[in-house]
Design a protein around this ligand. Structure first.
Ligand code: SF4
Length: 472
């Protein structure tokens, strides 16, 4: 077991990888073209994969290559050939794989290569973990549907295996890889790396009625909502909406199907955030804390790396959890956080029925500092949202948060301007001292933000009023 758990961040492209390391990642994972999930959002070509491995190793960091699609026959030989060609030029620290046949061939052709079993393989018990250990797997990336107690049991049975657990990011409404919604909705197969995230789309529902008047919506609205009731203990609670599902063995449990002004979101899972549970996960024997989000922004890579870096360092030093770390996780776009299955089945709290968009984050990504003009004392900024003179920004690095009043704004030619919008243009902002490399800018957008928000989104075992029958 690794003494200090590793922080493993996603790298959707080379830039995100650099920021993840600069803000505290010990390792990153990135996809090899064509043979990894997130194939469509992958910013790496063969040459950049090689360059990225060299970059990481020069920093003394690790890099794992994801090669976790389930290849059909015609992809098997090119898959193995591609790996062989890549290994002639660079040596990753491990390969993340899921297909048993490809893993077997990998062991035969390249026995020295370390293999981590992808979450796509859905390891949910110690027997499966043992099986893969005997097959030469060094590390298991645990299924996201495990409780901390179950992880501990797997550790007890498999003391020599490395265990990796997701601690942050989007989650599927199915076991990873066991989902065909995207195939059905857009002919894009999640297991070939082309998921269209159809589970998070906005769905509209219509009811066809005989002789339905053209203005039936207005009429329904005027008539008001017909109340339906369900039983909770001794009291009857009205529930809103027009259409409900009722499962025959659960009388009185009406599942709302109607749409509001946002539409209908039946399958839209909230995001995982386990930053408050790292101590328990380490205690359970987890060696690597993994963050999801290869297609998220540089800002996400930086902020989430910083929050978990600080939390892990505090943990290793025996310091108590600092609630300020939660500021950073809420400063990145999210769909509302839950603790996943770590404390038990999250039940209804796992779903976000009222929209697919992110919760309004407490901060907004303002820009990236790209350069510094020492002669004028101006930093060159790539804006990601509108910037104006007079606004207050925060300058973030891994270890510091500096406030900055934007006294003036200049365009790339040095002329004063009143506003610049996010995009490809650059601008200059005067600063009193040189910015550190990899500085990110953000703007606070919610004055009343309070870190304890995450407390409200814990799993069902924390909410005695909403038992779900889980085994957590
Ligand atoms: S459609 Fe949704 S549940 Fe299915 S694989 Fe894609 S993200 Fe996961």
């Amino acid at each position: 077991m690794i003494q200090k758990p590793e922080l493993l961040m996603p790298a959707g492209n080379f830039e995100k990888m650099k920021y993840a390391y600069a803000f505290g990642a010990d390792a990153t994972y990135l996809g090899i073209p064509m043979f990894s999930l997130r194939a469509r959002e992958n910013g790496f070509k063969r040459e950049t994969v090689i360059e990225a491995i060299r970059y990481a190793h020069n920093l003394g960091k690790k890099v794992y290559l994801t090669a976790n699609i389930l290849p059909h026959n015609h992809k098997v030989a090119p898959f193995i050939k591609y790996i062989g060609q890549l290994l002639e030029e660079a040596q990753p620290d491990a390969w993340i794989m899921s297909d048993p046949g490809i893993i077997m061939m990998m062991r035969e052709h390249f026995p020295d290569q370390e293999i981590h079993l992808s979450v796509q393989a859905n390891t949910v018990n110690y027997a499966t973990a043992k099986f893969w250990e005997k097959a030469g797997i060094r590390r298991i990336i645990l299924s996201r549907e495990l409780t901390i107690r179950e992880i501990k049991q797997i550790r007890d049975y498999c003391p020599d295996l490395e265990l990796e657990a997701f601690v942050h990011g989007a989650i599927c409404i199915a076991y990873s890889g066991r989902c065909l919604i995207s195939n059905y909705m857009s002919y894009r197969d999640p297991n070939q790396g082309t998921c269209s995230h159809s589970c998070r789309w906005q769905y509209k529902m219509y009811k066809k009625e005989e002789n339905q008047p053209a203005n039936w919506r207005e009429e329904a609205q005027t008539a008001g909502i017909e109340p339906a009731v369900t039983q909770q203990g001794d009291s009857y609670v009205p529930i809103r909406g027009d259409y409900y599902l009722e499962e025959v063995d659960r009388p009185g449990e009406y599942m709302q199907l109607d749409e509001d002004e946002n539409g209908t979101y039946l399958m839209n899972a909230r995001d995982l955030c386990a930053i408050e549970y790292l101590d328990e996960l380490r205690e359970a024997g987890v060696d690597s804390f993994k963050v999801e989000g290869r297609n998220k922004s540089v800002y996400y890579a930086a902020l989430i790396a910083r929050a978990y870096r600080r939390a892990i360092d505090d943990l290793a030093a025996g310091r108590p959890f600092n609630p300020e770390n939660i500021t950073d996780v809420f400063a990145a776009a999210n769909k509302g956080y839950i603790a996943g299955f770590l404390k038990g089945n999250p039940g209804r709290s796992a779903q976000k029925y009222d929209g697919t968009r992110a919760e309004q984050p407490a901060y907004r990504f303002a820009g990236i500092v790209r350069d510094y003009d020492a002669a004028r004392g101006w930093m060159k900024v790539e804006p990601r949202n509108p910037l104006r003179p007079g606004m207050e920004l925060e300058m973030l690095t891994r270890d510091t948060t500096r406030t900055l009043k934007v006294e003036a704004l200049y365009n790339i030619d040095g002329a004063p301007i009143d506003i610049i919008h996010g995009g490809l243009h650059y601008c200059y902002i005067p600063v009193s001292s040189p910015p550190e490399p990899f500085t990110i800018l953000r703007e606070k957008t919610a004055e009343d933000f309070a870190p304890e928000h995450v407390e409200l989104s814990r799993g069902c075992v924390e909410n005695a009023n909403e038992p779900c029958g889980c085994n957590g």
